[in-house]
Design a protein around this ligand. Structure first.
Ligand code: ATP
Ligand code: MG
Length: 279
């Protein structure tokens, strides 16, 4: 059964003269982690909005083609139903805060309140999430007083709180330090273990290499590459199209480039690598 399917999606924003997404067809399987990469303005956020059903509902414009989730058009789901199935954390953590809650604790509970989770279960879940996202010390703070990185963690906790089937994260680590970034990826791994499907827009390819199953490279609103993490992140041609390669892959390619002769025995290979890398 297809899980999330995009069929020949073309989309034009209301005041634009030409489409920003052009004939995009993609298929997402249940339980896999997908990384979306590409230059600024490549259309990564727009793609997330299309999958999540915000386009055309909220942004209007002209959408052709079809997006289906569990074999039903995303447009045919009611808003509440889709919101509880697909969690979404936006690129800008500042717009992600609800604005109606006074504390971090209440902010995380807000979505659960809306869908009628019983108070006792909600409290337990909030405490678990405060702990998981290292927010215990901030639980009584006003969400607006938090730093960008702290807001980002609260926004992510609020998404995870709703236990959605699909989690769409648009640059969830852009404001985070390396340690918190790694922790976000560990949470992504935890979500995968729970059978969730994760779609993450992210520039940090070293982490994508470790945690993703598949990578989609967008350029100018088109899918330029789409394949297993290994296929895409070991392909030097992506460097010319807004993609980047993990450090290890770059190092390896550099070594190959500098070798006058391809080694044919293990000893020769080690000698050559040592020679080139001065290790
Ligand atoms: N609401 C909007 N109305 C009109 N055009 C828009 C709107 N949002 C985005 N665009 C345009 O669509 C194109 C793709 O933008 P999008 O934000 O999807 O790219 P992105 O890959 O997420 O970029 P970034 O890396 O900067 O987040 C850009 O040319 C942008 O100017
Ligand atoms: Mg974006």
């Amino acid at each position: 059964m297809s899980f999330i399917e995009l069929k020949q999606i073309t989309y034009q924003y209301p005041l634009d003269e030409q489409p920003i997404m052009k004939d995009v067809s993609l298929s997402f399987k249940k339980g896999k982690v997908y990384g979306i990469i590409g230059n600024n303005q490549a259309g990564k956020t727009t793609l997330c909005h299309i999958i999540r059903g915000f386009i055309p509902a909220m942004f209007l414009g002209e959408l052709s083609g079809e997006v289906t989730y569990k074999n039903k058009s995303v447009q045919d789901y009611n808003i509440g139903e889709l919101a509880s199935e697909m969690g979404y954390s936006s690129q800008n953590p500042f717009t992600q805060i609800s604005g109606v809650k006074d504390t971090v604790e209440e902010e995380i509970a807000y979505g659960m309140e809306n869908i009628g989770v019983p108070p006792e279960r909600m409290q337990k879940k909030v405490q678990e999430l405060l702990h998981l996202f290292h927010l215990d010390d901030l639980k009584l703070k006003n969400p607006y007083e938090l730093s960008g990185g702290q807001k980002q963690r609260v926004a992510l906790a609020a998404v995870v709180a709703l236990d959605p089937e699909v989690v769409i994260l648009d640059e969830p680590t852009s404001q985070l330090d390396p340690k918190s970034t790694e922790e976000v990826f560990q949470i992504i791994a935890m979500l995968k273990e729970q059978g969730k499907t994760v779609i993450v827009v992210e520039h940090k390819v070293d982490l994508l290499a470790e945690y993703c199953d598949e990578i989609i490279l967008l350029e100018n609103g088109c899918v330029l590459k789409n394949g297993t993490v290994h296929q895409v992140l070991s392909d030097p041609s992506i460097l010319e199209h807004g993609g980047s390669l993990p450090q290890v892959a770059l190092f390896y390619l550099q070594q190959l480039h500098q070798m006058d002769q391809i080694p044919i025995t293990m000893a020769e290979a080690i000698r050559k690598l040592k020679g080139v890398a001065h290790v």
